[in-house]
Design a protein around this ligand. Structure first.
Ligand SMILES: [Zn+2]
Length: 428
């Protein structure tokens, strides 16, 4: 058993830090979090003991919506709105991707996640086998959601196979049903997906209401918003989640709340593609669970959850012209806790005993985290990836003081990704 002592530990509700220690067993499970009694400490047997010197320990960020392999499109297409961006810049390049490309691009994204304190990512992409291998080989934790579209006649059969293949395959991997979006689906596909969700009694995930045009087009096609359409077709019968949700009406929010759907906001991507600002403080007011994601590096262009968490709160303040619109602790809970449940990792939500040891250690001596007054607010409004000293997943250190422990030389990963991105450009 490992003992990390002299730490500042984030409470499960993300409202405060308290002094204490963390004990982790050989299986990577937290067995104790807090201040032990003298007798408990005397009885414990440790294989490793470390003084954290008062550093902050918080559960890792859960990046609740991303397309990890899209790092190959980082800064490739700029200054364009969502649909032309997708159709002219992104799709033609994605057509060239092989399994091996996805593997190396995902491994590159994982290095970035680890350096930024991310301990789990909820991905939507294709070539599932390559994504799975990249995550498992790196020691990373991830969930994958399907991305069915109407273009592919086999799409529902492939999604069903994906769900069955990856459900329960590895404790660090989860799978969820999903389709790309209303505008790449049709009612027949959605009805088939609804039957699949009913068969497995599980939720469905999709991009939804990301732009005003998307909602307007859906209204003219179906006389309903995307949320009304999905709800009427039974896609939210077992919950699930919607990514982005920038243009959700009050009626949409009523349906989402009643169905127990989680919303995932991607503030930076929505800003950069000029999509808009989601009404996150309204979601919070209605007690709708919400998580935070980066979206892919093609539209962000970073995989930096510090930045997303910060944007999540400050955008609500300016949107409502109310500095109290969304508290730092609410954004922090969305970033480190809510996303875990959404992905299918309910034992990664906090540092409490019994949960997986997925956490990051932040440098309490960093100038931008001092003086140590109101550390939760400091973490959300002032911290950045440079404060991450260590990232741990399932009790294993995968990143520490600038060094990666992911079973592969980071330089090989970088070189593979660069060469493959160049090849794809040459094939256009
Ligand atoms: Zn997305």
């Amino acid at each position: 058993m490992k003992r990390l002592y002299h730490a500042k530990l984030l409470s499960a509700d993300c409202t405060r830090f308290s002094d204490g220690e963390l004990w982790i067993d050989e299986d990577g499970v937290i067995v104790f979090c807090g201040v032990p009694t003298e007798s408990r400490l005397a009885a414990a047997r440790f294989t490793e003991t470390r003084d954290l010197g008062g550093d902050y320990v918080i559960p890792g960020f859960k990046n609740a919506h991303t397309h990890s392999a899209m790092v190959f499109l980082r800064s490739r297409a700029e200054n364009t709105q969502l649909w032309p961006w997708l159709s002219t810049q992104i799709f033609p390049r994605e057509d060239k991707l092989t399994d091996e490309d996805i593997y190396w691009f995902t491994r590159l994204a994982i290095l970035e996640y680890l350096q930024n304190g991310v301990t789990a990512a909820f991905d939507m992409y294709f070539h599932a086998n390559a994504f799975y291998d990249a995550c498992i080989d790196s020691g990373f934790r991830a969930a994958l959601c399907g991305s069915a579209t109407a273009d592919d006649k086999e799409s529902v059969a492939k999604l069903a196979a994906l769900y069955e293949t990856y459900s329960g395959k590895h404790p660090r991997f989860a799978v969820q049903l999903g389709f790309h979006a209303e505008y790449t689906a049709n009612p027949d596909l959605l009805k088939e997906l609804s039957k699949l969700a009913e068969y497995h009694k599980t939720g469905v995930f999709m991009h939804s209401s990301e732009t005003q045009n998307e909602v307007n087009d859906c209204l003219s096609r179906h006389g309903k918003t995307p949320t009304e359409l999905f709800s009427d077709l039974g896609l939210y019968r077992y919950g699930g989640g919607a990514f982005h949700g920038v243009y959700l009406s009050d009626h949409d929010l009523d349906l989402i709340h009643a169905a127990g759907v989680t919303l995932v906001t991607c503030p930076c991507s929505n800003l950069k593609l000029a999509s808009g600002i989601a009404r996150v403080s309204e979601w919070a007011k209605r007690s709708i669970p919400f998580a935070i994601g980066t979206d892919g590096a093609a539209s962000n262009n970073a995989l930096d959850m510090f930045r997303e968490t910060h944007l999540c709160t400050v955008l609500q303040k300016v949107r409502t012209m109310d500095p109290a619109a969304l508290k730092a602790s609410d954004a922090l809970r969305a970033a480190v806790s809510v996303g875990a449940r959404t992905m299918g990792f309910p034992d990664c939500v906090s540092l409490d005993a019994g949960n997986q040891a997925d956490f990051m250690i932040l440098d309490s001596r960093a100038p931008n985290l001092n003086p140590p007054i109101s550390p939760v607010e400091t973490l959300v409004y002032a911290a950045s990836p440079r404060n991450v000293k260590e990232t741990v997943i399932a009790g294993r250190t995968l990143y520490r003081d600038g060094e990666f422990f992911v079973g592969e030389n980071p330089e090989t990963i970088r070189a593979q990704a660069a060469a493959r991105a160049e090849r794809i450009e040459s094939e256009l």
